[in-house]
Design a protein around this ligand. Structure first.
Ligand code: ADP
Ligand code: MG
Length: 298
C-alpha cells in the first residue's frame, strides 16, 4: 500500500501538514459528498484500501459520504462462468430475468458486502443498500428502445432508467454517522429488480440529497478531448459537444451524461477523478488542483 515513508517527514512537517488541513476539514464537516467508485480503483486491492481509508477519514471529520458502486465487469465474468449467453440489440445488452438475478447476486451479495466489510475493518460503519430497501427507495422504469432497423419497440429486459429517489433512508443512515453503500439495482412499481447504470445512480442520489459535490472515481486521468489529453476544467456545453462528436465513447458516455445531469440538477462541483492515483479522493478534496476533470455549468 503506497503510504508516506515515516522517515521522509519530520514530526514538525507532519504536524504542519495536519494543521494546514484545518480549512479543508472545516469546509467538509457536515457537507454531503457522493462518490461513484468504479473502474481501476475497484480491481486493485491497494487502491481499494486507499479509497476505503479516505472514506472513513472523511466520515471521521464529519463529512456525510454516500458511496455508489458499479459492478459491470464482475457481473459479466460471473455470467460467463455460469454459461449465460449475452444477447445484444443495436449494441445494447439484453438483460433477461436470469441475468438480472446474477447481476443482483454479484452487486448486492458480493461487491456491496465486500465494500461494507472493508469500511468496517477500517473502523467505518457502512450500510449496504439496493433499491428494494425502505419500501423501494430507488425507483426506475424499464428502458424503452426502438430497433434501429425496424423502428419497432424492443424489450431490453430488466434494464431501467432512474425515475425517482426517495432519499429518507440515505438521510437516516447519514444522520447516524454511517456510510450508505449503494448498489446499482433499482426497482420498478412492483418492486421487481431493474439493473441501472451506477453513474446515473450517483447523479440521482447527489441531486436528491442536494449534495454540493459529486466525484466519479474511474480509471483514466479525467475526460479526454480531441487531442487525447485530459482537461482540468471543462464546460458542460463543451462536454455535450464531445458526446455528439464521438470524442467521448464507451463507458465515458453514461458518465459524461451523468455529469451533465448533475450540473443541471444543481450539484456545484462535479469531477471525474483518477482512481488509479492513491488517495485520489483526499487529493481531490484537500488540494485546489485535484486529480481529474471538473465539469462546470458555464
Ligand atoms: P467506470 O468503471 O469508472 O465506470 P468505464 O470503463 O465505464 O469506467 O468508463 C471509463 C472509460 O471510458 C475509460 O477507461 C476510457 O477507456 C473510456 N473513454 C472513452 N472516451 C473517453 C474520453 N473522452 N475521456 C476519457 N475516457 C474515455
Ligand atoms: Mg462505467
Amino acid at each position: 500500500m503506497p503510504t508516506i515513508d515515516p522517515e521522509s517527514l519530520s514530526p514538525a512537517a507532519r504536524v504542519a501538514a495536519l494543521a494546514e488541513a484545518l480549512p479543508y476539514v472545516q469546509r467538509l464537516a457536515g457537507q454531503t459528498l457522493v462518490v461513484k467508485y468504479g473502474g481501476a480503483a475497484q480491481v486493485s486491492p491497494e487502491l481499494s484500501a486507499a479509497v476505503t481509508e479516505d472514506l472513513v477519514l472523511l466520515t471521521a471529520i464529519g463529512a456525510r459520504v454516500v458511496l455508489c458502486h458499479g459492478g459491470g465487469p464482475a457481473v459479466s465474468e460471473m455470467g460467463r462462468r455460469l454459461g449465460l449467453e449475452s444477447r445484444f440489440v443495436d449494441g445494447l445488452r439484453v438483460t433477461d430475468e436470469e441475468t438480472m438475478r446474477v447481476a443482483q447476486q454479484v452487486q448486492v451479495g458480493l461487491i456491496s458486502r465486500d465494500i461494507v466489510a472493508a469500511l468496517g475493518r477500517r473502523g467505518g460503519r457502512a450500510v449496504g443498500l439496493s433499491g428494494h430497501d425502505a419500501g423501494g427507495w430507488l425507483r426506475a422504469r424499464p428502458r424503452q428502445h426502438r430497433s434501429q432497423q425496424t423502428g419497432e419497440a424492443v424489450d431490453l429486459g430488466r434494464v431501467g432508467d432512474i425515475a425517482d429517489v426517495r432519499p429518507g433512508i440515505l438521510r437516516g443512515v447519514l444522520d447516524a454517522g454511517m456510510i450508505p453503500v449503494v448498489a446499482p439495482v433499482a426497482v420498478d412499481d412492483d418492486l421487481r429488480s431493474l439493473n441501472v447504470n451506477a453513474d446515473s445512480v450517483a447523479t440521482a442520489v447527489a441531486v436528491a440529497l442536494g449534495a454540493p459535490r459529486l466525484i466519479f472515481l474511474t480509471d483514466v486521468d479525467g475526460i479526454r478531448g480531441p487531442d487525447g489529453d485530459s482537461r482540468a476544467r471543462l464546460s458542460a456545453a463543451e462536454l455535450a459537444s464531445w458526446i455528439d462528436q464521438g470524442i467521448v465513447t464507451g463507458g465515458m458516455i453514461p458518465k459524461a451524461r451523468a455529469c451533465l445531469q448533475a450540473v443541471d440538477g444543481g450539484v456545484r462541483r462535479v469531477t471525474v477523478a483518477d482512481g488509479r492515483v492513491p488517495h485520489a479522493l483526499l487529493l481531490e478534496l484537500f488540494t485546489d488542483r485535484g486529480v481529474g476533470t471538473l465539469v462546470e455549468s458555464a
